[in-house]
Design a binder for this molecule. Structure first.
Ligand SMILES: [Zn+2]
Length: 358
């Protein structure tokens, strides 16, 4: 089904189809007209590169929330077809793990359930069209944790989705809230990755007004920082030691200033809950989570690896939002990494986390 024409033009009413995968799509993995697939080679080995941070949207559910696709600031989000595959070819990204940023966390149960159902089926269908190029994270209605548990299990077991994408909090509740324990328990049991993508620290919206898109520029890394700090300090990561979390944007600000967390309860113990007895120093938990490489310089990548371990890093591009035009060269050119570390960052680690076979 054709659902868009030349950007913001008229589009036919979308059904629960997904975007842009039409009968005109070429065969999965085949070279696309007008461009060549960039081959990434490290130490003589062809590396299957994996991008864990790639967005899309299903127009039908977006419009179910009373929003219009043509008003979206990044309208290419609805094109998951030949154009996107060609862009991946140019980037040297072999596989994208698609996700949809939550916009349904404050809706009532039936609507949230319907949005998630439609999206997860659409994501599965997109992946089915390009089985060697796309995998996807499920959407979940996390405001209803019992529902989210079932949605995650269904998505993983029946739709072959590879985990779930969540915000950095849910309708004002931190992820460390015990109400979410059943969801983390299910993710741990299934062994799937949870991709944490921030939503701009909405509580600070007033202070983010003005020039510089601060709601995103600052708000997103801050939102992730708050989220991960709660998961650490409230003992959530102790309770679910097998939980696999992957944070967008290199984990926000947390890895940049993490050692401060190791001193807080020494300096001001009256601000720390004596009932929470962490098994490790706060910074040690950083090495149990995963982070995308959407940081902007070699020095930032070096520092991130120093704080969390190169083994915890995976490509993140934000595609099709053009934060990172050349995510592969970013890793290839950063000094100080071994070939094995580069191969792991470029795709080896993500492939294991997402169940992608070599
Ligand atoms: Zn993003």
């Amino acid at each position: 089904m054709q659902i868009r024409n030349n950007g913001r033009g008229v589009r036919a009413a979308p059904s629960l189809v997904f975007t842009g995968c039409s009968a005109t799509a070429t065969a999965p993995g085949a070279p696309r007209a007008g461009g060549q697939r960039r081959q990434v080679v490290v130490g003589g080995r062809r590396v299957n590169t994996v991008d864990v941070h790639a967005h899309c949207i299903v127009p039908k559910t977006y419009e179910m929330m009373g929003k219009k696709m043509e008003d979206h600031q990044f309208p290419d989000l609805d094109e998951v077809g030949p154009k996107r595959i060609a862009a991946m070819d140019r980037q040297g990204v072999d596989i994208e793990a698609l996700s949809i940023n939550p916009f349904w966390y404050r809706t009532e149960r039936d609507l949230a359930a319907e949005i998630v159902r439609i999206q997860n089926e659409a994501l599965a269908e997109m992946c089915g069209k390009y089985p060697d190029r796309l995998v996807a994270f499920a959407s979940v209605a996390l405001q209803f944790p019992d529902l989210a548990v079932h949605q995650l299990e269904h998505a993983v077991k029946k739709l072959d989705l590879r985990g779930a994408a969540v915000g950095a909090s849910c309708a004002g509740d931190e992820f460390s809230d015990p109400k979410f324990h059943p969801f983390w328990a299910k993710a741990e049991e299934l062994g799937v990755l949870i991709f944490v993508h921030p939503q701009s620290t909405p509580d600070l919206a007033k202070r983010f007004k003005g020039n510089g898109w601060l709601a995103n520029t600052i708000g997103n890394p801050l939102d992730t920082t708050i989220c991960l700090s709660h998961l650490i300090f409230e003992g959530t990561l102790d309770r679910f030691p097998g939980l696999k979390i992957c944070a967008a944007h290199g984990g926000g600000y947390l890895p940049s200033y993490a050692p401060r967390s190791d001193h807080a309860c020494r300096v001001a113990p009256w601000h720390c809950n004596p009932d929470v007895k962490l098994k490790k120093k706060p910074t040690e938990y950083l090495r149990t989570m995963y982070y995308d490489t959407l940081v902007f310089t070699s020095e930032m990548l070096r520092h991130l690896a120093a704080e969390v371990g190169a083994s915890q890093l995976v490509i993140g591009t934000d595609h099709p939002i053009p934060w990172h035009q050349d995510p592969v060269t970013h890793i290839m050119n950063a000094p100080g990494f071994s070939d094995e570390e580069r191969i792991a960052m470029l795709g080896g680690t993500a492939a294991k986390l997402l169940g992608i076979k070599p």
